[in-house]
Design a protein around this ligand. Structure first.
Ligand code: ZN
Length: 132
């Protein structure tokens, strides 16, 4: 197995950023024919999820609705003022796994891999491990 990382820049406080193309490139360069791709982000206010990438309105709806589920201002104790970002990160988690088949990332027809930014805009690191 080998790990590769790349960085992305998010543009909004809450943003699902499609990183599928960058992850697919890492998979293709890895030389692994059939195996597993693990995407991990080393952050506490950003996560990773796999969801619909065909219609960008789905990502926008997730961003908006999670903002209603976890409001920015509530009776939080954390003094940094971004408890909502930490809580939304719990919902996505720090990693996602996808199959590698025929040397390529093998997602469902409508699936994309998103970095879930909950405290942007920021520069974020995405780590990709590929193994057979
Ligand atoms: Zn914090």
């Amino acid at each position: 197995m080998r790990w590769t990382s790349f960085q992305v820049r998010t543009a909004r406080r809450a943003q699902l950023l499609d990183v599928t193309a960058m992850v697919a490139e890492v998979v293709e360069r890895s030389g692994v024919a059939d195996g597993v791709c693990h995407v991990f982000v080393p952050h506490t206010t950003a996560g990773v999820t796999i969801n619909e990438g065909a219609d960008p309105d789905v990502a926008r709806d997730i961003e908006a609705q999670l903002g209603r589920v976890v409001p920015k201002d509530a009776d939080y104790r954390h003094g940094e003022g971004n408890s909502d970002s930490h809580i939304k990160t719990v919902l996505a988690g720090p990693s996602a796994i996808a199959p590698v088949r025929g040397g390529k990332l093998s997602l469902g027809t409508w699936q994309a891999i998103f970095l879930c930014e909950w405290d942007g805009p920021r520069t974020r690191t995405v780590e990709v491990g590929v193994w057979d």
